[in-house]
Design a protein around this ligand. Structure first.
Ligand SMILES: C[S@@+](CC[C@H](N)C(=O)[O-])C[C@H]1O[C@@H](n2cnc3c(N)ncnc32)[C@H](O)[C@@H]1O
Length: 337
């Protein structure tokens, strides 16, 4: 997890917050990790998420809470003061108190103003998702959308960019989408296809689960998803055949002898031209998307044979030579010499 925390910290905007939830067996390790990467002053709260559930007697106490650590990136972080209702026993129901100084002594007096309630404490009682609720997506550690909404209400500005590196069933992403934020999620598990993706597709068409009604979410928006090739997979595909002809072994091994590289290139010796044919490497490659990612240009229009970018430039797939488009070189391993 440490490398994720490091990257998250680097990506985090100055006015932003970072939350970490781990189960009771590991949360103390997570806290140590965060203390290593965030400054001491950036720790805000250890939030206790308390929930009731059907407790069964055993030789230890029933587990009825989880811990969430809240850190910020610098002291100018975004914060919305939230309130909870005053307790029913409070004598000052409905009226706000304010602090005044009378004859040099500070006193609290009751005003005629309606109270907003009590400032939000660090213990939150939020129910687990009901076993028969439509919010359930069949993922054991799924969190309720109301929990994530509380976190966003507290710390997120409108139209923010939210990221969850361990998306699980996608609760963070679903809530971010419904609250009209931009979001990026990632996960390593197979449930990405069986749970997260189907859930997010339902969100797009306006699912009625979770916080949808509360925030009047009716669907809409879009998202893109990618399957990233693991480094190990890249290595597994690489094939080397050492011919022992050249002095420079590194160059021979890394570039010239790599079958993967050779398979992707069609060389026209007469015209001294090398054309890249990515379909040979990845049969279902999305060329337009790949080229957009590489160039950082937004796509304007996609044709069968070419992609046109918003700046008016275009790439014709059949003419994709290194000569014409030198910037595509990083798409395959390339010796810069
Ligand atoms: C506890 S779950 C997250 C639950 C989520 N908050 C929810 O409400 O559904 C943790 C997730 O982290 C993912 N994960 C574990 N190691 C990972 C890694 N190295 N990279 C990306 N995801 C990882 C797991 O596949 C799992 O989905």
């Amino acid at each position: 997890m440490e490398n994720r925390v490091e990257i998250a910290k680097q990506l985090l905007k100055k006015d932003s917050s970072f939350f970490l939830h781990l189960d009771p067996k590991a949360n103390y390790l997570g806290r140590m990790l965060l203390d290593k990467h965030f400054s001491h002053d950036d720790f805000r709260n250890e939030i206790i998420w308390y929930y009731r559930r059907w407790n069964i007697a055993g030789k230890k106490l029933a587990a009825n809470h989880d811990t969430i650590f809240w850190y910020v990136n610098g002291q100018k972080y975004h914060y919305n003061q939230l309130y909870i209702p005053k307790s029913e026993k409070s004598s000052a129901q409905g009226k706000a108190w304010k602090s005044v100084i009378v004859n040099g002594v500070r006193k609290s007096i009751q005003t005629d103003e309606e109270t907003k309630g009590v400032p939000m404490p660090d213990m939150w009682e939020i129910s687990m998702i009901n076993p028969v609720s439509t919010e359930r997506v069949g993922f054991s550690t799924q969190k309720p959308e109301t929990l994530l909404k509380r976190i966003f209400d507290l710390t997120v500005n409108t139209n923010s960019l939210i990221s969850d590196f361990f998306s699980g069933s996608g609760t963070t992403l679903s809530v971010a989408h419904k609250l009209k934020h931009k979001w990026i999620g990632s996960d390593i598990g197979e449930h990405y296809y069986s749970v997260l993706l189907p859930r997010m597709k339902k969100v797009l068409v306006g699912d009625k689960a979770g916080i949808s009604d509360e925030v009047d979410f009716k669907g809409g928006g879009f998202f893109k998803y990618y399957e990233l090739e693991q480094y190990e997979e890249v290595l597994a595909k690489a094939q080397y055949q050492w011919q022992g002809k050249d002095e420079n072994q590194v160059e021979q091994y890394s570039f010239l002898q790599d079958q993967k590289l050779l398979e992707a290139i069609e060389i026209d010796y007469e015209k001294k031209n090398a054309k890249v044919v990515f379909e040979k490497l990845y049969p279902d490659v999305d060329m337009a998307e790949t080229l957009s990612n590489l160039s950082g240009k937004h796509i304007k229009q996609i044709f069968e044979d070419k992609v046109v970018f918003e700046d008016g430039s275009e790439v014709i797939y059949d003419e994709m030579t290194f000569e014409k488009y030198p910037w595509i070189k990083p798409l395959i391993w390339w010796n810069s010499k």
